[in-house]
Design a protein around this ligand. Sequence first.
Ligand code: AKG
Ligand code: FE2
Length: 265
Amino acid sequence: MRQQWNPENSNIYRGYFPVVPGEPSRKEAFGCGRDVKEDDPTVSKTNWFYEKSTWPVEDGTLPFKEFLQGQYECMHEACMELLRLCAIGLGIPEESLTDLFNPNPCSTFRILHYPPWVGEPPAIAMLEDGKVVTTPEHTDSDFMTLLTPFHFGGLEVMQANGTWAEVNTRPGSLIMNIGDTFSRMLGGRFKATRHRVLDIGEDRYSVPFFLSPKFHGDIGINFLSQYTEDGDAHVPERFGPWVLYTMKHKKKYFEYKVLPEFEDV
Ligand SMILES: O=C(O)CCC(=O)C(=O)O
Ligand SMILES: [Fe+2]
């Protein structure tokens, strides 16, 4: 469990977080990343984006750590392939987006459990039409998300006309969401997907892979003009400080409320 909920633990960012009463987001989750090399000189010790993933003790019945680490790499590779296709579609060199994730992406692979509301949900979770959320509407702050929803319903996306549409899940398929980082770099040419999760009245599980650039990756605006020599000049900006500011001051998700500041230059 993260330090926020168990002061005996040193992990701040990776690991388990519990259901928090009174929050409109009703979920518990375990998240892991790809560990950086112990002595990587490019990674500051105070940078908790790169803290080592923490793992539960295993009893041998399920290779939990090995399975999740394997799935992380599988999802990472799928994202790289999708980004090569995006680059081709945007008319820029094939590896111009994948470079942002090499060698130390800040991505998180998360397994999520949404228990149904028990009793009356807090007013903050209720929608006007009587629906109840277990995750309020939001866009993901990352670059791109690949989501495994299994057969569970409950996920809704906002359409271009401003109305909500239910996502029909197909077991064996993935859902791809564009995140704020990618959308902002492209001046909104790819739109960040606004989405929310509704209470389905029973336990719900989903597995998102939040693809995030390396801490020093340049995610500045007008990204394309570096290649097209067209439009306003690119403004370099590092992913880490930008997303930290967004998470702490703009989005204020309960699971990130107490993230400490750090200097990493
Ligand atoms: O559980 C889902 O279907 C979506 C999860 C989600 O939107 C998120 O964790 O950001
Ligand atoms: Fe999301």
